[in-house]
Design a protein around this ligand. Sequence first.
Ligand code: HXC
Length: 514
Amino acid sequence: MALKKQIQELQKRREEAKMGGGEKAIEKQEAMGKMTARNRILALLDKDSFQEYDMFVQHEARDFDMAKKILHGDGVIIGTGTISGQPVCIFAQDFTVAGGSLGLMHSRKITKIMDHSLKMKVPLIGINDSGGARIQEGVNSLAGYGEIFFRNTLASGVIPQISVILGPCAGGAVYSPALTDFVFVVENISKMFITGPEVIRTVLGEEISMEDLGGARVHSEITGNAHFFAENEPECFEQIKKLLSYIPGNNDRKAIKCCPKPPQSKYRIGEIVPDDPALPYDVRDVVRAVVDDSEFFEIQQLWAANLVIGFGRMNGETCGFVCNQPLVLAGVLDVDSSDKAARFIRYCDAFNIPIITLVDLPGYLPGVDQEHAGVIRHGAKILYAYSEASVPKLTVILRKAYGGGYIAMGSRHLRADFVFAWPTAEVAVMGPEGAANIIFKKEISEAENPDEMRQQKVKEYKEKFANPYVAASKGYIDTVIAPEETRNILLHAIEVSVEKAVSLPRKKHGIPPF
Ligand code: HXC
């Protein structure tokens, strides 16, 4: 009988805690088009798989009348569950409870589940919806953030860390997502900034809305802080599930192999690249023509679109694709695309995912803006990332591979394991026009008809250098292949690289050009 009563008491406490900040606050949350923290977790995890911890945790703050306040779960829900049968750790900040603000106990709940995810080596998913440091708790909230950042760093490269921004994520709070691997944002809901509109108005006298300052589009298109953009929360959760299907649960594993399928026949690989080297094409069609079922899962699609990154499967095995995109800025490398590529290469390397590079670029983007934005430092990140990566590295040169771009994009010299080239490949120090203008300057200027002479010299240069055979004759390219042979030769290369083992010089860590 006593137990029955105790169980009733437990149920009552559970129901109260599940109401978070109460009916009114939940209504307000839903009126903003946002799901509650609990419903978000339930929508993301497999049915009936969620196990919650620390439901009855209470804050210990006493200043500013806090002693009187009951904050259910201290504004954050933590627990474990599964997604498509794979275990995950998860936390979701509950905006209905004190604006999801982060106090000491709130942060301890988050760090508890972070410690668990690192110990158990399972992915960590953090759903952020918070007014930031709980003002009433002062330095204790700051301490809480510091503890989180420290753990984000320890876990980096060991377990996948996923941040979902489903509300405000303001002030120093943004640095936890920034330390994680993938950031998901949702239109009209996500807001990320260091200093908000109020501060900007006070300090700079400028008016700006939260959306224009740090909304989902801003971080997907301009800053590159976000990796996945969704129009609503359910779409965002589908994206998270899909991402998890491509990556391993930790750095000791490989991604789970999945149902090998041939590419769809509508992608005809031999017809994608135009005959005229000046014409653009969508490199994603080349990826779709080689991957299983033509399914390419693109990352950071809206940012630095002159370079494409993402996952695709080759006979069921996840591979990371790094490709120049001739459709945007002719596929040049610049500050942002270098950052984009380098970080993704390091991700693939940390999580045992082979890297396939598709090359077609005229080089690094020239200009004062780029030079002053630090294209030297940023461009070096790609060199570093490829050189350091020890997973299988396969490169296919589709068309242009000029200058520094040739070296940077997974060349033999940075230890690509296999380098293939299509007959359309042009491996040279620079494009034929520029090269002819420089090395035949005298002949062109002294000719009776300089234009005709220029054309002739460009043709000469093209025949001599703008092809794959000079590089192939030196062994820099392993073999020249027809486009139709690409998938099979990549599959072969992956198959023979399964046991790849290389050792790098012993060191604590390198000093990448961060
Ligand atoms: C305590 C907070 C809070 C906070 C919100 N609340 N933010 N309580 N500390 N940081 C509370 C509100 O008092 C309110 O409580 C409830 O949450 C809902 O907030 P509203 O303002 O009513 O909601 P809304 O109008 O939607 O505005 C959301 C908001 C705004 C834009 C996030 O609340 C806001 O600007 N908050 C402060 C943001 C901020 O500057 N945070 C500190 C950043 S500095 P009641 O009881 O009325 O429901 C920082 C440093 C971290 O984070 C450094 C780490 C290194």
